[in-house]
Design a protein around this ligand. Structure first.
Ligand code: MTE
Length: 319
């Protein structure tokens, strides 16, 4: 992961607190009016309309946080998505013409039901929910994001894994033409991630297909990406085309690239520093220049829901 320290971030990327609050009110007003926030002004210019179909029948989740949301602009312009460039501002520009349709997902491995499924058919059995999650990046910044998604536990149940399935592996599309960042050297493509079955069926884990009530923007992982809020953001693999039920621990992109810095588990653990910087505190993106860094919480504050998954694991060794 290319890292920019908070001190490296251009002042033009930092929103003043007043603007931030105004923007939030504007976004909330748009959401309340049922209108698309995207159709207005500057934000419309950075995300083509075709990607932003409003999503309907979205239930509210009791698992959402009530913390202040990050703006759509924060969430959709400050991204890591190496298939579209290495800098935070690259994906919004380079993914603009990416077409996440037609799209299919290959489900394979140790499961009763497998096959290649068209994205719209894949989605049919599942209910959409809004999940407002605190997200923590390994680069020591955080955001609060109103995802719209489906429960990964429901997806796992639907495909009926056999008793051999101990892990779920995910793969991103590999297509050098549609994802120009794959032409250069950075990661070993396709991007890969994995969870234990227990992590995959935890009620917090979702596959997100939307943001702020609309279809998810390309740069955030259209048409479908993983969201695991108690882990570092790099577990949230984007633009998924493969889901495989496996008996052994799958390879994961950042672990393959740099095993001493990025482990398989990637739990937010403020007590284990990244080898090159501390994880004790974090900067909330969009918080304004006077916003103090906040203390990072174990499991990103989701310990009550997930600590039991790791009770027999040494979280210093299994980082
Ligand atoms: N998925 C793919 N396919 N490629 C990537 O480069 N980057 C990861 C993760 N998923 C990445 C990816 C990293 S490092 C982070 S922090 C999150 O996506 C960022 O998600 P966001 O841009 O929606 O905040």
């Amino acid at each position: 992961m290319l890292i920019r320290k908070p001190s490296d971030i251009r002042s033009s990327e930092i929103t003043s607190e007043t603007n931030y609050l105004n923007r939030r009110d504007f976004i909330r007003a748009g959401a309340i009016a049922g209108g698309s926030i995207i159709s207005s002004g500057a934000i419309g210019a950075i995300v083509p309309d075709s990607r932003l179909a409003p999503l309907t029948n979205i239930a509210k989740s009791p698992l959402s946080t009530s913390e202040m949301l990050n703006s759509f602009e924060d969430i959709s312009t400050y991204n890591n998505f190496y298939e579209f460039g290495l800098q935070k501002g690259d994906p919004v520009v380079n993914a603009e013409n990416f077409k996440p349709r037609p799209w299919s997902i290959k489900v394979s491995g140790h499961a009763e039901k497998t096959g290649v499924i068209d994205f719209d058919d894949f989605m049919k059995p599942f209910d959409l929910e809004e999940r407002i999650y605190r997200m923590r990046c390994v680069e020591a910044w955080s955001m609060v994001i109103p995802w719209v998604g489906i429960s990964l536990a429901d997806v796992v149940k639907h495909f009926q894994p056999t008793s051999k399935a101990q892990y779920v592996a995910f793969e991103t599309l590999e297509d050098r033409e549609r994802m120009p960042g794959q032409k250069g050297w950075s990661l070993d493509w396709p991007y890969r991630e994995g969870l234990t079955i227990a992590e995959a069926i935890n009620p917090l884990t979702i596959l997100a297909v939307g943001l702020y009530g609309n279809a998810i923007p390309n740069q955030n992982g259209a048409p479908i990406r993983l969201v695991v809020p108690w882990k570092y953001g790099f577990k949230g693999i984007k633009s998924i085309v493969g889901i495989k039920f496996m008996s052994s621990q799958p390879q994961t992109s950042w672990n393959m690239a740099n095993p001493s810095e990025y482990g398989f588990y990637a739990n937010v653990n403020p007590e284990v520093d990244h080898p090159r910087w501390s994880q004790a505190r974090e900067r909330r993106i969009g918080g304004g220049i006077f916003d103090k860094k906040r203390k990072t919480l174990m499991f990103n504050g989701y310990g009550e829901q997930v600590a039991h998954l790791y009770k027999d694991l040494n979280l210093r060794r299994n980082f």
